[in-house]
Structures are given as C-alpha cells and as structure tokens.
Ligand binder design. Structure first.
Ligand code: FAD
Ligand code: FES
Length: 266
C-alpha cells in the first residue's frame, strides 16, 4: 500500500470538466505518493467548506482516485449533497485540502485469471485507474441509470454498457452482463465498485460461480484513517471491518452481504 503522509495537504485545482451528469476534478499533486488503484482521498474545499459564518465546517468527504497522470490526480464527482456540490464548483487555481492516498486498493489478478471490471454510476471511478494499471487486456462492464450518466463511461475504454432506462447498451442490470461473461469463461477475477445493491448482486453472482471478487465499498466516513469507527461493516462469521483501513477494497469472501451503509458524514 502507498502510505499517505499523515497530514492533509493544500493542493491546487488544475481543471474541472463536465462529463454528462458528472464532473472530473483535476488537482496538481506532483509530490504526493502514487496511489494504488482503489485508494481514496479525503477532500475539502479550502474556502466556503461549511454552511455559513456561524456554522461548523463540513467534515472532509471521501473520493476514489480515478486517475493519476503526469503529477495530477483526477476525481469523478457526482453532486449529491452540500460537500460534493461545493467541490463541483471549484475552478482552476483554487485550493483544496487532500488527505491521501488512503486505504487498501485492488490486488493484481491471481493465477493468470482475466480481469472483469464491473462498475455502477459514479462507482466506475476507481476502475479507471485500475484499467490504466493492468498489463493485460480486461473486460469492462458498466451500468448507469440514464443517458446523462452514461457519459461517464468515457473514463474507461472498451466498455460494454447496461442502463436502467435502455438509453444505451443492454436494457437491464450490469450483473446480467457479468453473468453472461462468467458463463462464457469463469477463469476470471472480478473487480467491482458501485452502489450497495449492485455490489451485493456482483457478490452473489460471483459466490454462485466460485469466481473471486474484490469489492470497493462505500461507507459514511468521518475520519478516513481508522479512528472514528463510523465506517464499519459486518464481517462474515462475526466482528466488523473498517471500510477506510481494511478497505475500501474488500475480498467478497469475507462479507456475508453488502448492505446499504446508514452512516453519512455531516
Ligand atoms: C471510499 C469512498 C470513495 C468514494 N468515491 C466517490 C467518488 O469517486 N465520487 C463520488 O461522487 N462520490 C464518492 N464517494 C461518496 C462521497 O464520499 C459522498 O457522495 C459524499 O461524501 C457526499 O457528501 P455530500 O456532502 O455531497 O452529501 P451528503 O449530504 O453527505 O449526502 C448526500 C446523500 O448521499 C448519502 N451518502 C453520503 N455519503 C455517502 C457514502 N459515503 N456512502 C453512501 N451514501 C452516502 C447520504 O446519506 C445522502 O443521502 C465515495 C465514498 C467513499 C467512502
Ligand atoms: S472513517 Fe473513521 S474509522 Fe473509518
């Protein structure tokens, strides 16, 4: 694992591009540790990061590192609330705070297995840097809700698509495509990131077919480095995992189910 210097750093925004319903935020990070695919950073805008003059600032928010190229880190953002909206407003030259790279990333394909990348919505982000890092060709299966979100598929190359509304590719779930791929050739390892319902579908398909899977989970995170226990998920057979330090990438075999995480940061 790449170790993050254990302090947040002030970084400069170098660009913000629209990608359909998403934004790609680029920041200069020439001196930061090179991230492993699947790692994340805790981000906060340097200014106006809070409700107003007398309100407390927001906690930083977790974002997967989607790409690391030429001394820049890229993040794929979806505006779902106050923190992500403020980050989407940033423009070149503005500053943000970043703590990262954090967490455990994806492990290389074992036993010559082919890599099957399965992403849903904004969860495709860590699969882009993973695709960049793989030496052999991989199969990419991406699912989106609707046409504005399908634009996000441009982050990866050669993707097969599934959409809830039938606007592109297969009209249905990305797990339908996954089942088809595994039926065709099960000597594979699955790398997945997306909403909890999708990840649970991926986990169940892979468990039935005895295909190993690495799942990048989301959880409400207050600290991002193991101190607050706000991000725990149950481990198969008892006990808990902290998604920020034991994950976010977790071997599907140690999970009974992937559940919607209740905790969200304030
Ligand atoms: C490891 C990790 C990687 C992530 N990578 C990305 C990414 O690449 N791109 C991206 O857009 N988002 C990513 N997220 C989610 C992102 O952190 C949240 O969307 C963000 O914190 C929302 O903050 P907000 O203030 O905009 O909205 P809030 O008001 O905090 O939340 C808006 C809505 O989203 C829910 N929510 C908030 N955070 C989470 C969460 N972590 N998990 C599940 N539901 C949540 C809330 O319950 C609420 O319904 C990631 C989260 C984790 C833990
Ligand atoms: S976010 Fe604090 S322990 Fe995981």
């Amino acid at each position: 694992m790449s170790e993050a210097p254990f302090a947040r750093r002030a970084l400069t925004v170098t660009g913000m591009e629209e990608l359909g319903a998403y934004r790609v935020l680029r920041v200069a990070d020439p001196d930061g540790a090179a991230p492993e695919p699947g790692q994340f950073a805790m981000l906060a805008a340097a200014e106006r990061w809070g409700g107003g003059e007398d309100e407390r600032p927001y906690l930083p928010r977790a974002f997967s590192i989607a790409r690391h190229l030429d001394g820049e880190s890229h993040f794929l953002l979806e505006d779902v609330g106050p923190g992500s909206r403020r980050l989407c407003e940033l423009r070149a030259g503005e500053k943000l705070w970043s703590l990262g790279p954090l967490g455990q990333g994806f492990a290389a394909p074992p036993d010559g297995r082919r890599a099957l990348l399965v992403g849903g919505g904004v969860g495709i982000a860590p699969l882009a840097i993973l695709q960049d890092s793989l030496s052999a060709a991989c199969t990419v299966l991406l699912g989106f809700r609707d046409a504005p979100r399908v634009a996000g598929a441009a982050l990866l190359s050669g993707a097969q698509l599934a959409t809830d509304d039938g606007s592109a590719g297969h009209h249905g779930l990305v797990t339908d495509l996954l089942e088809e791929e595994i039926r065709h050739d099960s000597h594979a390892v699955v790398y997945a990131c997306g909403p909890a319902g999708m990840l649970e579908g991926v986990r169940a398909v892979c468990a039935r077919a005895e295909v190993p899977a690495q799942l990048a989970l989301e959880a409400g995170m207050a600290c991002g480095f193991g101190a607050c226990f706000g991000c725990v998920v149950p481990r198969r057979g008892g006990g808990y995992l902290r998604v920020c330090v034991d994950g976010p990438v977790i071997d599907a075999a140690v999970l009974e189910h992937v559940e919607e995480h209740a905790g969200a940061p304030a």
